[in-house]
Design a protein. Structure first.
Length: 382
């Protein structure tokens, strides 16, 4: 048998095998189609189960964080020190739509996550706070006073002797106005240039001078003003004494008909400057006194006549002063405003000026400046 005949026989045998395999596959395919048709017909009357829909993934805002270097997306926020990096070779990138649905398109994807030595974020430093600076004159927890000079307390003196004379000027030649006692406090108004006398307020409602050695100065005494005092009063020159002259023996003066039965008295002290003199003019024994009319009180102030010529009454009972003034009987009154400090002389007279009583003298100067309420009683004795 030749070689060509052998080749033909082998070719036919291979062809028959291929055709048989094709027919077998066709038969299997036909059987599967018939089976599916039969199963489909059998299940026509049965209820078709409802297919549960797959949940749809809704991406959250900022859920996928693109990495600037790798171009991939990572769900959520990576912790500090963790970095995501795409593989250098192999694998396929995630499709954007498939990544949002949670599916992988076109094969597997590899993702390499590793930790690095990235330093933790340093805390933001707090801004420095200004340290409060304490002031030099107050505590730090107190309000700072306003700028300007600090107010100083009023300077004053405290009397450190039992009794201290207060005078009109800085010297013993000046008239004494009154006295102050130990422990009394007086406000300082000024001082003499040598500091020996201090001008203070007030005694008898007026500024006076006191000797500095007998008081203790308190308060801001360094700021006390220096006062130039008035010049010391110059005493008048002595009056020349005339040579003695032979005198005549005067005829005896008859005694006035009235005697002073009471007074002068000063029942109360007053400093309003108003002089009031209450007078009682009467006759009779103490148990049967009768007011006498028609008399006046002559009043001399420092030698000047300041009488008001008001007459005593006798047609009614005696009047009485206020209880605070002694509740004294009176039927004649003299008043004068702005009486001030002066020397006084008073006596009872007839309206024409004829004196009928002794002369009474008193003063409202110095310590007696408050003797402005006077009481005197005249009794017809002869």
């Amino acid at each position: 048998m030749s070689a060509s005949v052998v080749k033909v026989a082998l070719y036919r045998r291979s062809l028959v095998r291929v055709l048989g395999l094709v027919m077998l596959l066709a038969a299997v395919s036909l059987g599967c189609s018939v089976g599916q048709a039969l199963v489909g017909r059998a299940g026509v009357s049965a209820a078709t189960p409802t297919k549960t829909p797959r949940p749809t993934f809704t991406p959250l805002p900022a859920a996928l964080t693109p990495l600037a270097t790798s171009g991939i997306s990572v769900r959520g926020t990576l912790p500090p020190g963790v970095v995501a990096q795409a593989p250098a070779t192999g694998g396929l990138p995630l499709a954007e739509g498939a990544a949002q649905e949670g599916a992988i398109a076109g094969g597997s994807t590899e993702l390499l996550i590793y930790a690095t030595d990235t330093p933790a974020p340093s805390p933001t430093p707090e801004p420095p706070q200004a340290t409060p600076q304490p002031t030099s004159d107050v505590e730090t927890n107190r309000p700072v006073r306003e700028s300007g000079p600090r107010p100083q307390p009023t300077p004053y003196v405290v009397v450190n002797v039992d009794t201290l004379n207060a005078r009109r000027g800085p010297g013993t030649d000046f008239e004494r106005v009154g006295q102050v006692k130990r422990g009394e406090q007086l406000m300082i108004l000024g001082r003499t240039p040598d500091g020996a006398w201090v001008n203070v307020c007030c005694v008898a409602n007026q500024p006076v001078w006191v000797f500095a050695e007998f008081v203790t100065e308190m308060g801001a005494v360094a700021q006390v003003a220096v006062v130039t005092p008035a010049p010391t009063p110059i005493p008048p020159p002595p009056t020349a004494i005339p040579p003695p002259q032979p005198t005549r023996t005067p005829a005896p003066t008859p005694a006035p008909p009235f005697d002073i039965a009471r007074g002068p008295e000063f029942p109360i002290q007053r400093d309003n400057g108003i002089m009031t003199i209450y007078v009682k003019v009467y006759e009779g024994p103490p148990d049967n006194q009768t007011p006498l009319p028609g008399y006046i009180l002559k009043v001399m102030r420092n030698g000047a006549d300041v009488s008001n010529n008001e007459q005593s009454f006798g047609s009614r009972e005696f009047e009485h002063t206020a209880i605070s003034e002694g509740n004294l009987e009176t039927n004649l009154k003299f008043e004068m405003i702005r009486a001030g400090e002066a020397d006084w002389e008073i006596y009872l007279a007839r309206p024409g000026g004829f004196r009928v009583s002794p002369i009474t003298q008193f003063t409202t100067k110095g310590d007696s400046y408050r003797n402005l309420v006077v009481y005197i009683a005249y009794w017809l004795a002869r």
